[in-house]
Ligand binder design. Sequence first.
Ligand SMILES: [Zn+2]
Length: 315
Amino acid sequence: MIQDIAPHRYDNAFALRRRPEPEDPVLCYRDGEVLLVRKGEEIDFLRVRDFLTGDAGGPADIAPQDEQTERRAEEQNDDNGFYNIGNLTFIYLFSIDKTPYYSIDVLPEAWENPGKDAVWESVRLFRSARPIDRAFAVITGMQLARWRQEHHFCGKCGSRMRPSRTERAFICTSCKNTVYPKICPAVIVAVTHGDSVLLTKYAGRDYANYALIAGFAEVGETIEETVHREVMEEVGLRVKNLRFYKSQPWSLSDTLLMGFFCDLDGDETITLDATELAVGEWKRRSEMPDRRDDVSLTSEMMEQFRLGKEPVSQP
Ligand SMILES: [Zn+2]
């Protein structure tokens, strides 16, 4: 799966932050795109030095606009992971192995068309781009970038937010409201019935492959109750013997996915929620489609069932 980057190690400890060095990688985002360097099928990143010298075709030194200057002055603090170098603010993200990754939220306009080897590409390239630790860095950095961009101001009183010095959070400069990164729990459910599993296809989406039942947890319910409710809502079935499989951070939708296998309880007749699903049907192991990717929890759970390796219920 996308987070399985061993032997590399992801370290998101906020306390690890440190000042940028010239060779440290930098991730920049705009509307679902990431700025990177393409070397054939391999992806690489621009480095801190590229933004300071203009080596990658970008500008060397362009003065920021006034409002940016103001915000950067508020944020500049060596203790909070925001580092001003030249006219840019480098924001510490996380480390992979010993390499710290940074982001720049406000780029000079000349980076719209960087030239040379640097290109803006859809973050969806993470599904096939390799090496996988860099693909994982792309979508994980994107989730953090989106969170920062949505919290310039306090949702409670409207005042400006500033980054915390003690944890990964924004604090309101007026009412002290504290906002943490957005992580939404959700379930992926494989409903099994003897030698069959329930597969679905979503309605009204480009995504045409088979999937499993999925949905977000609601306020006030346990994750097990989410499983029962989503299966009932989407296909009208009762389930039992829930077996937790694995979890997965899914940064595209700020989600923490929790995968469950479970058994059908009673009637096998499917009543489809047509607003959510176009297809819902029982598939035997032998009829299962080939594994379509090695990044998603859904794909891994379907493959485990196809191979007869899913966790089984205790007698
Ligand atoms: Zn406030």
